[in-house]
Ligand binder design. Sequence first.
Ligand code: VG1
Ligand code: CO
Length: 543
Amino acid sequence: MSIQTVKTTPFSDQKPGTSGLRKKVRVFQQPHYAENFVQSVFDSLEGFAGQTLVVGGDGRYLNREVIQIVLKMAAANGFDRVLVGQGGILSTPAASHLIRLNSAFGGLILSASHNPGGPDEDFGIKYNVGNGGPAPEKVTDAIHARTLTIDSYRILDAADVDIDSIGTRQLGDMVVEIVDPVAAYAELMEQLFDFSAIRAMIAGGFTLAFDSMSAVTGPYAVEVFEKRLGAPAGTVMNGTPLPDFGHHHPDPNLVHARELYDRMMAPEAPDFGAASDGDGDRNLIIGRHCYVTPSDSLAVLAANAHLAPGYRQGLKGIARSMPTSGAADRVAEKLGIPLYETPTGWKFFGNLLDAGMATICGEESAGTGSDHVREKDGVWAVLLWLNILAARRTSVVAIMADHWATYGRNYYARHDYEAIATNNADALMAALRDSLTSLPGATNSGGTITAADDFAYTDPTDQSVSRNQGVRVLFDDGSRVVFRLSGTGTEGATLRVYIERYVGTDGDLAMETSDALAPLVAAAQELADIAGYTGMDRPSVIT
Ligand code: VG1
Ligand code: CO
């Protein structure tokens, strides 16, 4: 076995987005493409010689091949040890936990999350730092800079490593440990939640359905919900991770998790339904006949977290991404704890969690998590809901009604316009940005505009500044419309329009969301000429 130094030339398209580098599989299959990126990650880090790296992915097409590349490159670059989930499987939160548990230097997570998988679909690589969380912007900027100048990479000339059987093997001077992907994670969940109360609730007839969407959470969900909590076999739907996710998008929303949604709206629906995404960090919550928006879910979890053993001492603070609704803000206010508003993407929560400033974080895109790891965590969110239901002995519908009666309701929806020509999407955003100074005082279908800006964030722990994180337009009744372009897509551009209207406890809390938001949807069109720039008269996906 010898270390080879392979000559290469830079690729101009390896800038990490909201959550790592995501491209079509065919792009990743170009000679040197994955190797260039992995070497650029290693080149932008210091001090990993003799340290441990965690590696795993969501099982999608190309996962196993790229794991072999990463192992041989880690050995050639001087890592001492690599931990790999058996079969190459690790959910994103489980990888985050393993990094922390083993004091690893960092981890490489192979996933394109909610994006579809397969030979013609998407793949991704994300680097996580030693706190278990996604690399912050200064690290991803350094990685990107390196991808533009790289001229060689180092790789061990060796046979593939057996990643399917648990155990320790040698690769050059490096040790490869194949570990159970689920065990340590399931232990952590048992520490945080009252498993015996949830088990008793299920034994008492409470029914649930969990849709793993043929993605990574299958083994985790079977272990936790069926084996440890006693839910009957079959509770976990689509529980085997498939390289192409059974041709579905592993995106837990009302469009792609339709099977679960229909089941939850049927007359004989289970009491509780949930789904997760490709890499297991997202959660969709649907009670019996009751869809819960992710923003509301964050608020409910924060308001009730003290009912779970891991959070009995209360929360230090709540953090949410800017486009996420303000429902959690009202909970923070009532609890007398700070609320932090960050840009989109989990990498912005890490510093707040490390500093002990926030305990629970969430995003409107169905991501919630806490300081137990440094990623959002789908199974965790479902367990916290189950713990709350077991403690309060009531239904999801009743919890939501009670929540809105206490805090008022933030009607909320996200409209996505997918696969727009990139120059049209850029032109739309540029025109919006140009209009910002003239908007305050203007009136449109949404009412009178009080403020309009392009969101910028100053991290309170290290004062780093992130600009151009989304255009927000605020109305005099507290409603708002937010526009930003997705940073996770692999084809053209996706425009996300986030629409929110708050109704106080004395208002109508039982409207249809689409009715409540109709004037603001019209206002979004007036503000950004979406139809003109995109040629689309309606969004591709509404969540
Ligand atoms: C999307 C979501 C964002 C999330 C990100 C990664 O990003 O909006 O909230 O953090 O995906 O989640 P964007 O830039 O496309 O809006 V995951 O589960 O795909 O790692
Ligand atoms: Co994900």
